[in-house]
Ligand binder design. Structure first.
Ligand code: CP
Ligand code: NVA
Length: 308
């Protein structure tokens, strides 16, 4: 359970009810109906440690923190003593003496967990190798906005069983949606995350399907979702992945077997001509920029939820 002062490292840190509350607050944030929370972060300094590049997450968090009266401090991991071998634990304990919260994007989820375990202030995961929970909040809100309900929606995810896929899978079943994940052999989601999600799915009467056939994920789906084939930090595997993933490209053939009103989603940044062709991502069914905008609203909601 996410209580005041706790961390948000994965959607597994919250339950379906809390997720519903964050999505409800998002609706209010998007309508600018959050005047009572306007100063919730007043006199609060939120550190933002980034080991990897970011456009959406970094900028939307900075804007969200400002909107709630707080001060974001961008901390490039290159310039911290961490880079010179200071331990994660000493860093966490030191930063806890200055800051009121930490947003962190890192290569290793275990490092983020260690930071959170040693910090006395809340830590928010802004993407690791395993999870991207803030992205999933925006994904779920976008599905709700476009399809009215998340429950019973059929989500087809095509591509790598990666951080974005893991968080989307957890969020989908927490919300009662069915998710079909199509990935090449060897690129399936992590077994323990799949098992945890399947347990939630069983309780919520929805289903997770893992397949190696992209057509099964696309067929009759309400949402077609993809992410890059090569995530940050995996650049050396580009050649191997391009070969394995070529038949998972989202193109008009795959979109044509989804429902007529299916939407196309992507967390961005996208590589046109790889995981998706421009006719799809720049076409009528694409909602990728609404989805990107919703990063801001969901993060405002998350900050309100964590600090109120
Ligand atoms: N989707 C996402 O997290 O984008 P950035 O890498 O630009 O933050
Ligand atoms: N899977 C991608 C997501 C980028 C937002 C990565 O980790 O690079």
């Amino acid at each position: 359970m996410l209580k005041k002062g706790k961390d948000f490292l994965t959607l597994l840190d919250i339950d379906s009810e809390e997720l519903g509350k964050i999505l409800y607050l998002t609706e209010k944030a998007k309508k600018k109906d959050i005047s009572q929370y306007k100063n919730i972060l007043s006199e609060k300094n939120i550190g933002m440690i980034f080991e990897k590049p970011s456009t959406r997450t970094r900028v939307s968090f900075e804007v969200a923190i400002n909107e709630l009266g707080g001060k974001p401090l961008y901390l490039s991991s290159r310039d911290l003593q961490l880079k010179r071998g200071e331990t994660i634990s000493d860093t966490a304990k030191t930063l806890s003496r200055y800051l009121d919260g930490i947003v962190i994007r890192a290569y290793s989820h275990l490092d983020v967990k260690e930071l959170a375990d040693n910090a006395s202030i809340p830590v928010i995961n802004a993407l690791t190798d395993m999870y991207h929970p803030c992205q999933a909040l925006a994904d779920l809100f976008t599905i709700k906005e476009k399809k009215r309900e998340i429950k019973n929606v059929k989500i087809g995810y095509l591509g790598d069983g990666n951080n974005v896929c893991h968080s989307l899978m957890i969020g989908a079943v927490m919300s009662g949606a069915d998710i079909i994940i199509a990935c090449p052999h060897g690129y399936e989601p992590e077994t323990d995350i799949y098992e945890a999600s399947r347990e939630i799915a069983d309780n919520n009467e929805c289903k997770i399907t893992i397949t190696h056939d992209p057509r099964i994920a696309a067929l009759d789906s309400d949402v077609i979702y993809t992410d890059v084939w090569v995530s940050m930090g995996q650049e050396e595997s580009r050649e191997e992945k391009e070969g394995a993933f070529s038949s998972f490209q989202v193109n008009q053939n795959l979109m044509s077997i989804a429902k007529n009103d299916a939407i196309f989603m992507h967390c961005l940044p996208a590589h046109r001509g790889e995981e998706v062709i421009s006719e799809v991502i720049d076409g009528e069914s694409s909602v990728v920029f609404d989805q990107a905008e919703n990063r801001l609203h969901t993060q405002i909601a998350l900050l309100i939820y964590m600090w109120s």
